[in-house]
Design a protein around this ligand. Structure first.
Ligand code: SF4
Ligand code: SF4
Length: 227
């Protein structure tokens, strides 16, 4: 004898298929009203105001403090440059307080947590509404925030050159400072020496002047002394 549970199972399966197909049919017939997907990239959905997408950098405001890269939990921000406006510029970017040669984010690693926005003193790095950053090659997933383009091999060539150039400029600056310091010290020493010599010379001059005056006033005394 076939158990009743056997037919109950068949009935349940048929019923769930019927319900599922009914829902599909409902959406199929009313697809214009019940649309829940869009034909991306031909159609684009509205992005919420607080969406955290790819980064933007207001380069001219950056002070090169590395706070954003220090706080990043996955270490995917790479920054190079010099503070001040005397770094090499070709291919880089000179801001008000720093000269940047590299500022990139690796999107194969970034988790879009937004932490990098928080500690930035001039609030110049932020996650914008753009989310479409795709590639078939993972080497193209690093974005150069200085140019808003993919970070390329030619960018890397520039960064390597700028690294050497920055070191050379820093070395020159250091030597110049040392020379200025030495010149100041020498100037100070000369001033002290002059100040030390001046009282003795003044005393000598005063004595000579006093003798001359005395001789003028008493010529006899001088004559006697000569005899
Ligand atoms: S969003 Fe988060 S993971 Fe991405 S760069 Fe900023 S701190 Fe790093
Ligand atoms: S925290 Fe802001 S100012 Fe500092 S390096 Fe990052 S972007 Fe530049």
């Amino acid at each position: 004898m076939i158990p009743c549970a056997y037919f109950m199972n068949i009935f349940k399966v048929a019923r769930s298929i019927w319900i599922g197909m009914g829902i599909t049919l409902k959406y199929f017939l009313n697809h214009k009203k019940t649309l829940c997907t869009i034909q991306y990239p031909r159609e684009k959905d509205l992005i919420p105001a607080r969406h955290r997408g790819i980064h933007y950098l207001e380069t001219e405001k950056c002070v090169l403090c590395w706070k954003c890269s220090d706080i990043c939990p996955v270490d995917c921000i790479y920054i190079e440059g010099v503070r001040g406006v005397d770094g090499p510029l070709q291919g880089g970017y000179r801001g008000q307080k720093a000269t940047l040669s590299k500022f990139t984010v690796d999107y194969t690693v970034c988790i879009f947590c937004g932490l990098c926005e928080e500690p930035c003193p001039p609030k110049c790095i932020w996650l914008g509404p753009e989310f479409d950053y795709h590639s078939t090659d993972r080497t193209m997933m690093e974005k150069n925030l200085l140019s808003d383009e993919v970070y390329t091999e030619s960018d890397e060539v520039f960064v390597e050159w700028a690294r050497g150039e920055n070191e050379r400029l820093q070395e020159e600056k250091k030597k110049q400072k040392e020379a200025e310091k030495a010149a100041k010290a020498a100037e100070k020493a000369a001033a002290v020496a002059v100040a030390e010599e001046t009282p003795a010379e003044a005393a000598e001059e005063t004595t000579e002047e006093a003798s001359a005056e005395a001789a003028e006033e008493n010529p006899e005394v001088e004559g006697d002394a000569a005899e």
